[in-house]
Structure formats: C-alpha cells, structure tokens
Design a protein around this ligand. Structure first.
Ligand SMILES: [Zn+2]
Length: 282
C-alpha cells in the first residue's frame, strides 16, 4: 500500500535528509536487497521512475509468451481464449491454459525436490542479483549437446575476475535466435531426443558452493543439456535451494556489461515455478 500522501512524506524526508550518491559500481556491489533498497530510495530522490530510466537502461530478458512457443513437452503448448471482450462485456480479459514451465520461466526447488520450496514461499531476495553471462556460443555451434563447464567458468574469471556472491549466472549459447522456429529450438532427433546446450552439474555445484551464486539462467529449454535423461544440473541447482530460469532472451545485449537482474516470479500457491518477466537493469 503506497498512498500518494505516504510517498510524498517519504520524498520530503529523503530530500531533507539526503542520501549518499550511488555509482553504478556501488549499486552492483551492494547485493540484492541493499541494491533494491538503494534503488528505491534513489528513485524517490530523483523524482520517480521516469528520471531513473534516463540512467538505468532496462533490457527485457523474456520472450513473448504465446500459443506457438517452443515447449519441452510436445503437448505443452499454451492455449488462450477471450474470456471477456470490450465489444461484448465492456472490458477485456483473456483466459490461458498453460503449464508452469512454459515460455521464459523459473524452476524452483519444488519442481524436482519433494519437500523443496514452492514459489509462494520462495525468498524474494534470491530473485535479484548481478548478472554474469558466460558465452559458450562457439562450442554450441559445433556441438548442440555442449555443456557450460569449469573451463568456461575459468576463462570468464580470468577475463573478468571472480564471480560475485549472489550472482545470477547465465549460459549464452546463441539458442535464443531460434525461438521463432520451435522445431529448430527443440532440435529433437527421430527418437524425440532433444539436442541443445545446458549446465554441467558439477560446475553448477561449484558455482553454488564456492561462489555462492543465487541462481542460474539458460537461453534453451532446460538447465540440463537437451539429451539428458538424469537431469543432474536440475538436481544440483534445485537440490541446493537455488533457482533456474529457462528460455532466457536477449542475453547478448547485457554480455560484458554490469547489470542487475530482477526475476519476476509469480507467487501462486504451491507453484513449482512459473512464467516470468525477467529484467536486467544496465
Ligand atoms: Zn522448467
């Protein structure tokens, strides 16, 4: 609840008492909760979102959700209908039927782990963090079943320094360019075994235990490489209470830049995940 009167009081107080200036680097180093708090304060200080947007560019990391999108299971295509329309009812609402794992979406522990956290109880502070984008597109072009492994992490760290605590680590394989062609995106063979890149499970474990990352993202349909039947990366990530975003878009636009990512996970009861608006603030 945020009435205009309350907002006005906060704004007045911030203007009276002031706030220390916040560089982009300090914004990224503050960590999730601190950065959001400072961001909210700076929005108030600078007079609102319109002003802040002049400084922070927002990159949308989500694909458009639709009825023809690529899906992991062939019979998982979302369905939609006009529930009420402006012409008939005076206002417009659609009704959708889709699985929690369609489109750009989040996997959280309950997706694979019996007593794992569901979306309604998943901690919001884990859903924000600095982006680390690791490019494996060259090897993915040669080998569709490639995984993001320790050599890729080491190469990234040699160039950029240690992966920061609380980071959200994204695999960029170049696969998002196939999004509008569901058959090429799924890349299934004659036995319906899918072929696209994913995370190596031991590397995901290293990133959680040694780098204390918050979560993961891939530009493909699964955290695991498509042909996996054991889903080791899913178990490594979700089994340690972390999350993964699948079908991430536009990672190339934030690669090599400092960006804070906000994962807009829906908070429905007992959810195993859900379609998300994933935003990068650059
Ligand atoms: Zn999923």
């Amino acid at each position: 609840m945020c009435s205009p009167k309350v907002m006005h009081c906060v704004q007045e107080r911030v203007q009276r008492e002031g706030l220390p200036g916040m560089s982009r680097r300090s914004f990224l180093q503050l960590g999730a909760a601190g950065a959001l708090g400072a961001l909210a304060a700076s929005l108030v200080k600078t007079g609102g979102v319109a002003r802040a947007n002049g400084k922070l560019k927002v990159i949308d990391l989500s694909h458009v959700f639709g009825t023809k999108i690529p899906t992991y299971l062939p019979d998982e295509k979302p369905k939609r209908e006009d529930f009420v329309t402006v012409e008939r009812d005076g206002f417009y609402i659609q009704r959708w039927i889709y699985t929690e794992h369609a489109g750009t979406h989040v996997d959280i522990p309950a997706h694979f782990i019996g007593d794992g956290k569901t979306v309604d109880e998943y901690p919001a502070e884990l859903l924000v963090g600095p982006a680390v984008v690791i490019d494996i597109s060259e090897k993915a072009e040669r080998e569709a079943d490639a995984t993001l492994d320790m050599r890729d992490v080491e190469a990234w760290e040699r160039k950029n320094g240690k992966i920061p605590e609380g980071a959200i680590v994204f695999m960029y394989s170049g696969w998002d360019a196939r999004w509008d062609d569901p058959i090429a995106f799924r890349n299934a063979d004659a036995s319906d075994v899918q072929h696209y890149p994913g995370f190596d499970a031991e590397t995901a474990t290293f990133l959680i235990e040694e780098r204390k990352v918050n979560g993961f993202g891939v530009d493909t349909l699964s955290l695991d490489f498509g042909a996996s039947t054991t889903f080791d990366a899913h178990y490594a990530i979700l089994g340690r209470g972390k999350f993964g975003v699948e079908n991430v878009a536009n990672l190339k636009q934030i690669m090599g830049k400092e960006a804070m990512v906000v994962v807009g996970l829906p908070r429905w009861e007992k959810g195993s995940g859900g379609p998300a608006r994933v935003l990068a603030l650059v």
